[in-house]
Design a protein around this ligand. Structure first.
Ligand code: SF4
Length: 275
């Protein structure tokens, strides 16, 4: 056999490039999955509103990743200019701190660039949460779209965790979620009303199918009025009392009053309920 030095050199260079690419990827996954202090980054955390559920013996963990295109990837494909401006995922409470932004971006990039690695870690955290709740006697809940709008039922097998209730808000049309609108038995979705064309019709579709629809009003008084009067033939409940959306009665509007930068919204995302 004739030794082909040029071919061997080309092969060596290809191998070197592959190794360099792998090293670069390994560096990225490490950067995303470890905190700046070098500790493993937890995907799931806690939220002030979800912690209210502890009073009702529901223990909820929540995933905050970058809303809209904060990370360079758009994790909210159905977002509107109004909701992006007002998004609690970056404008409320601790979410405004730089360290929260870094964590949100790392988690978003980790999910998009290394989905298998991310999902393996997420499944571990959900399983550990289920075990802790089984011991403590609390109901286990997980909100994966704390600040994004992803179709999680297509990304992970929720039924692998039958004792956990997953719940989220979404702006996606019903037919885009689950299997043509049919969701895993342990996943509860609340449609989020917005200024987007077609949102009103979609909201009525969700309500007619027995799901609920969250609607952000300008202030507490308007929320109270919505709860008293209902809207478009469907009754309403006060969504600010608790975040345990999966216990809401079906087919209801969920009135939430504007918080954070949403209070100044003029895009139409926040609804002004006439007196
Ligand atoms: S879709 Fe939801 S999470 Fe995404 S930017 Fe709008 S309000 Fe925020």
């Amino acid at each position: 056999m004739i030794y082909d030095a040029a071919a061997e050199l080309a092969k060596l260079k290809r191998t070197q490039r592959t190794l360099e690419r792998k090293a670069k990827r390994a560096k990225c996954v490490t950067a995303y999955s470890l905190t700046t202090a070098g500790n493993p980054r937890k995907i799931l955390g806690r939220g002030n509103k979800t912690d209210l559920g502890l009073l009702g013996k529901v223990d909820t963990l929540i995933l905050y990743a970058s809303p809209a295109d904060e990370s360079g990837y758009n994790l909210c494909p159905w977002s509107t200019p109004g909701c992006v401006d007002s998004c609690l995922g970056h404008s409320s409470g601790r979410m405004v701190f730089n360290s929260s932004e870094v964590a949100r971006i790392a988690k978003a990039r980790w999910l998009v660039e290394f989905p298998a690695h991310f999902k393996a870690q997420l499944n571990k955290e959900v399983a550990a949460h289920a075990r802790r709740c089984a011991k403590s006697g609390y109901r286990a809940a997980v909100r994966l779209n704390g600040s994004t709008d992803q179709c999680w039922e297509k990304l992970i097998d929720m039924e692998l965790h039958p004792t956990v209730t997953f719940y989220d808000y979404t702006k996606a049309p019903l037919e885009k979620r689950g299997n043509n609108g049919v969701l895993p038995a342990n996943y509860s979705l609340t449609f989020s009303y917005s200024e987007a064309p077609g949102s009103h019709a979609m909201a009525l579709q969700y309500l007619a199918a027995g799901h609920n629809v969250a609607i952000v009003t300008r202030n507490k008084a308007q929320s109270a009025q919505l709860v008293a009067d209902g809207f478009c033939g469907f009754p309403a409940i006060d969504g600010d009392v608790s975040d345990i959306r999966f216990d809401d009665p079906p087919g209801h509007w969920v009135a939430l009053y504007a918080k954070g930068s949403a209070r100044k919204d003029t895009s139409g995302f926040v609804q002004d309920i006439a007196a």
